[in-house]
Design a protein around this ligand. Structure first.
Ligand code: NAG
Ligand code: CA
Length: 164
């Protein structure tokens, strides 16, 4: 009797935590997505996009569909205690200046609370790089809020994800 309750409990536990088991290495389960933040591998935006796709065909640079999710990722990065770094996000306005979209085609939310505020001769909200800066990143210099960077920048690390 006891042992069959135990196996029922175990089964319920496994079902409830199914997504944890479903992520392909090196991805881990994160807020119902599979995510991999790589602080070692770096390159320009398209190289890191390719890198994510090489880890798993359905993977890509990350997109943020809610501020909660965005905040959780920033918290995860802060908690690692890594030195300040730049992490690529799957967002760009390349070829359609000022219209920012994720690689899945959905429009990116603009303004606070996603994008960084900078203070030089008055408060400026990112993105501010015009046609010079067309790729989105979380930058340690801006507390990992989002900013636009040159897509050619060689030292961005990937945040890869896929829908679990
Ligand atoms: C990114 O790097 C690759 C490999 O070095 C290069 O072929 C490509 O042109 C670069 N892309 C950009 C936008 O700089
Ligand atoms: Ca731009």
């Amino acid at each position: 009797m006891t042992s069959s309750y135990l196996s029922l409990f175990l089964l319920a536990f496994l079902i409830a935590n199914g997504p944890t088991l479903a992520c392909i290495s090196p991805f881990f389960s994160f807020d119902s997505e599979c995510v991999y933040v790589d602080p070692v591998t770096s390159g320009n935006w398209s190289e890191m996009r390719n890198y994510c796709q090489s880890l798993y065909s359905r993977a890509d640079l990350i997109s943020f569909q809610s501020f909660t999710y965005f905040g959780d990722i920033i918290e995860y990065i802060h908690d690692r205690g890594w030195p300040k770094q730049v992490f690529w996000v799957g967002g760009t306005d390349e070829g359609h200046e000022g219209v920012w979209s994720y690689v899945d085609g959905s429009l990116m939310a603009m303004g606070a609370p996603y994008w960084a505020l900078t203070n030089c001769d008055g408060i400026i909200i990112q993105p501010d790089g015009n046609t010079q800066q067309n790729c989105a990143a979380l930058d340690g210099d801006y507390y990992y809020y989002m900013t636009d960077k040159e897509c050619e920048y060689q030292h961005g690390h990937p945040i890869c994800y896929y829908d679990s």
